[in-house]
Ligand binder design. Structure first.
Ligand SMILES: [Zn+2]
Length: 466
């Protein structure tokens, strides 16, 4: 076992300072105390000049979209409006070109960047299943396999969510541009899902969940078939779905089903804490109450939602009803978890002219409440059960280490340390990130940065040609 001494380590009860951590050769925490282990010489304890925070879960990712981060901000003069739907057209152009190898190269660079920013686990909402002509690969899980390899090389945990996408919109055939996403029958989807499940089992830090793209991408019967299978055979696995991101989607759902999206979903399936509702931007007060009561969670992606002009989630109402939410970076236009939390908070402050937004319970430390929601709901969003504390003996050591020589932080009392990190920090404050008891990034550098970058360059250069 190796021993480390951190300046401090954040737990539910506050900062342990200093924090002595013993880590087994397999990366699990075996010792955690403010006192050094007895019988271990001082020079056998490695000193880390930083404060340890549990690593974040990025609960919503479409890895391939990283290839277009920053490329959708030139708005044509003649266009009446550049909206989510026109952005989606650009996104489809990229989606139609990416080879399995390019996907792996882009995802590896992306995951390395996620680690550098403090994410240690990603939920990959993956719908790019078929080849560029829309035919299944010889191995149906080919693209998924490359994502698993990307996560493995980068050193991030992955929960791969093979997406079921069967139709182009409510009651509509798929469009030509959606050809890589489509599995029309449950059998086809399950063939893919089981293959991906098997592939994931070969990787130490990978697992899977269920996923339906959105209410517009499957019909009611399909949704219910998958929900029943999930409930009967895999209730411990998460079930993700995009919902109510756009007002048009709400209107279309009302037209097709006579119900708003969450009302319809709750009437069609048995909502439970396994359900992860991504975005849930446009909700009625009744729908906010339905989600909170069911224990289903909301995955909010503030920087992407801001970039796409989606709208504001009903955070205060949801918090007051005891709802669980976490964060994701979705299109990856931004990759900083603290920025996501700030965007979420500030959007609400600007809208309400109030400063106390995370009102869940009686506590009033915004940073503590936001961080607890992000971490523990994030873990639930990927089916994890380590919910007792941020770090636990017997669990892997996954951490973001914040430098202790940041001038502002060095002058800040422990009571305000988390809030200072969350509201004032940026990635330059990160000393490094650990997964399974090992540094994956240190001093802003990933352990495999040279080969990751070379492959990323090649893939994006090819993709951006012509
Ligand atoms: Zn998404």
């Amino acid at each position: 076992m190796k021993f480390f001494r951190f300046e401090s380590l954040y737990q539910r009860e506050g900062w342990l300072a200093p924090a002595y951590i013993g880590i087994t050769p397999t990366g699990t925490v075996a010792y955690m105390n403010t006192k050094p282990p007895t019988g271990v010489a001082e020079n056998m304890i490695e000193k880390i000049a930083g404060h340890a925070l549990a690593g974040f879960v990025n609960a919503h990712s479409h890895a391939f979209q990283y290839a277009m981060a920053g490329l959708a901000e030139h708005h044509p003069a003649e266009a009446q409006a550049d909206t989510f739907w026109s952005w989606r057209e650009k996104m489809y152009e990229i989606a139609l070109k990416i080879s399995p190898e390019a996907l792996e190269a882009i995802a590896t660079q992306l995951y390395a960047e996620m680690l550098r920013h403090g994410y240690t686990h990603v939920a990959e909402f993956h719908y790019l299943h078929h080849d560029t002509d829309g035919n299944p690969y010889k191995q149906v899980g080919e693209m998924s396999h490359h994502l698993l390899k990307a996560a493995d090389k980068a050193g991030i945990r992955i929960t791969l969510l093979p997406v079921w996408y069967a139709q182009g919109g409510f009651g509509q055939e798929p469009t030509e541009k959606q050809r890589r996403f489509i599995n029309q029958s449950l059998e086809d989807y399950l063939q893919l899902w089981h293959h991906v499940h098997k592939l994931a089992s070969r990787f130490a830090q990978a697992d899977v969940g269920f996923c339906v793209h959105s209410l517009r991408a499957v019909n009611q019967e399909q949704l219910q078939q998958l929900a029943i299978l999930h409930e009967q055979e895999y209730p411990h696995l998460p079930f993700h779905i995009h919902i109510a991101e756009q007002e048009k989607e709400v209107e279309d759902c009302l037209k097709h089903y006579g119900k708003r999206p969450v009302e319809f979903l709750a009437s069609a399936v048995k909502l439970s804490p396994a359900y992860q509702l991504v975005h849930a931007t446009h909700l009625s007060p009744t729908e906010v109450a339905i989600i909170a009561k069911s224990g289903a969670q909301v995955v909010i992606c503030p920087s992407t939602e801001g970039n796409l002009g989606d709208g504001f989630f009903a955070l205060q109402d949801f918090e007051q009803k005891g709802g669980h939410w976490t964060i994701g970076t979705d299109s990856h236009v931004s990759l900083n978890p603290f920025e996501e939390l700030r965007w979420l908070d500030y959007g609400q402050r600007l809208r309400t002219h109030l400063r106390k937004i995370f009102t869940h319970g009686k506590e009033a430390d915004s940073a503590k409440l936001a961080y607890e929601q992000a971490i523990f709901s994030g873990r639930r969003a990927v089916g994890r059960t380590d919910l007792r504390n941020f770090f636990e003996v017997g669990k892997p050591f996954d951490a973001l280490i914040i430098r202790d020589d940041v001038p502002l932080l060095a002058q800040t009392a422990p009571t305000y340390r988390l809030a200072t990190i969350l509201y004032s920090g940026d990635a330059s404050w990160n000393l490094g990130t650990w997964v399974q008891g090992h540094w994956q990034t240190l001093e802003q550098q990933h352990k495999h940065k040279v080969s990751i970058l070379a492959q990323f360059r090649e893939a994006t250069t090819e993709l951006r040609k012509g």
